[in-house]
Design a protein around this ligand. Structure first.
Ligand SMILES: [Zn+2]
Ligand SMILES: [Zn+2]
Length: 428
């Protein structure tokens, strides 16, 4: 038993070291680049003092910003789930005693009733993590590497040995941006020396005894600096652009592959609030903090404003109550709307005519109502999911998921809030 425990500890230690290897590698490259640029290039090679000072000044700004944002991405907690999302002991016991899915779902539904949750599984059930024994907040996911659920999870990044999520997403985007700035600056300022060394054939890097000369070392450092900075800049540009694109859509990497599912179905642009508001969700309201790796994202990581809420606010706020909500179409940009009006419960109880403008659609005779069966719903949602994940993210992809909420009007003209049927009219 003792030997097994010892072996387990050693295995865990090996895994931990292995997980930190990419971070150690990046830190080593960064440290070497600092030495090569400051000592070998600026101090040994550049003779003009003014040029030396200018290069050193700009280099240190980009180096500090790069290292600061990298550090923050690694060591900031990505987003712990609040305690009230964890099931209590009695509920876990009841859940484990139940054998049927329906009974378990009923227990989870009851537990989720007091929580601010909009998102669901594809079959309409409550999102529950069996490993953490908690009801997942909207946009939270379980990370198998970190063995925990994380708020607004984007992805797990081995290069920072951390989840990129609500707590450090801004730092991650800044880290990519400053890494590119750093690489481009180093590449641009070493370029002329690289060309000089490359074209000069008379200078040998070795002396008569075959040992590397000081000048030879200097050359090698500067050649490597140039090559590595170009290589890293090229590989980071596409990733940075992709994350800038996701920020403007208020979408995580996971959501770009699997859209969030609301009560009315999956909606790839469910959290889209307009490009500027989307940007503010990550970078905050304080412009002075936008480009500093200091936390300034809006919200608490648990509740997120949705496109429908914002549209409802734009339409006057009480449209759902009188059953005649005059909403703009979902593709309309909502710039300037408050992006952090966190009011998430009761989302689907509101009667909304989302796609058809002011005129509500009335279906049925008011006596019999369409029922949503689990199998049919799941099949429909899955086909929608296949459609939405294969489509590109063009500007007009509002149209991809065209869910029409169908109002069922009772005979006296009022809208019974519990009788909002859901119809799928998308281009499936
Ligand atoms: Zn979990
Ligand atoms: Zn993780």
């Amino acid at each position: 038993m003792g030997a097994t425990g010892c072996l387990m500890r050693q295995c865990k230690m090996c895994v931990t070291v292995f997980k930190w290897l990419p971070v150690i590698l990046i830190t080593a490259i960064l440290s070497w680049s600092y030495y090569a640029y400051v000592i070998q290039l600026c101090i040994f090679r550049i003779e003009n003092v003014a040029k030396q000072i200018l290069y050193l000044f700009l280099f240190h700004i980009s180096f500090v910003m790069f290292f600061w944002s990298y550090w923050q991405t690694i060591f900031t907690k990505p987003g712990e789930i609040p305690r009230n999302f964890y099931l209590n002991y009695e509920t876990i016991e009841r859940l484990e005693k139940e054998t049927s899915d329906q009974s378990q779902q009923a227990i989870l539904e009851q537990a989720a009733r007091s929580l601010p949750i909009l998102c669901r599984n594809y079959n309409g059930t409550v999102r529950y993590c069996e490993k953490c024994r908690l009801i997942k907040p909207d946009r939270a996911h379980h990370c198998s590497v970190c063995s925990q659920c994380v708020l607004k999870m984007d992805h797990h990044c081995p290069w920072v040995n951390n989840c990129v999520a609500f707590g450090n997403y801004k730092f991650f985007v800044l880290f990519l941006g400053y890494a590119i700035v750093y690489c481009c600056f180093v590449a641009a300022t070493t370029c002329q020396y690289f060309i000089l060394y490359w074209t000069s054939k008379h200078e040998s890097v070795r002396d008569s005894a075959g040992d590397m000369t000081t000048e030879g070392f200097e050359k090698l450092h500067i050649l490597f600096l140039f090559f590595l900075s170009i290589m890293f800049a090229i590989s980071l540009v596409s990733l940075f652009c992709y994350h800038c694109y996701l920020v403007t859509l208020n979408r995580t990497t996971l959501e770009s592959f699997r859209p969030p599912v609301f009560r009315m179905g999956p909606d790839k642009r469910g959290f889209y609030l307009g490009r500027y508001s989307n940007f503010r969700e990550v970078f905050g309201d304080n412009k002075r903090l936008w480009f500093l790796p200091i936390f300034s994202s809006l919200g608490n990581g648990v509740e997120f404003p949705t496109r429908r809420e914002t549209m409802r606010a734009a339409a006057g706020g009480d449209g759902g109550e009188n059953g005649n909500c005059n909403l703009p179409p979902p593709s309309q940009s909502l710039q300037g709307q408050p992006a952090h009006d966190y009011n998430s419960m009761g989302e689907t109880n509101m009667a909304i005519s989302a796609k058809q403008g002011p005129q509500p659609l009335s279906m049925g005779d008011g006596l019999s109502f369409p029922q949503k069966t689990e199998d049919g719903d799941t099949a429909g949602l899955l086909s929608t999911r296949r459609k939405s994940t294969t489509d590109d993210d063009s500007e007009g992809d509002d149209q991809e998921l065209d869910f029409r909420e169908v109002q069922v009007i009772s005979h006296n003209g009022s809208v019974p809030r519990d009788h909002v049927a859901i119809g799928f009219t998308g281009k499936m």
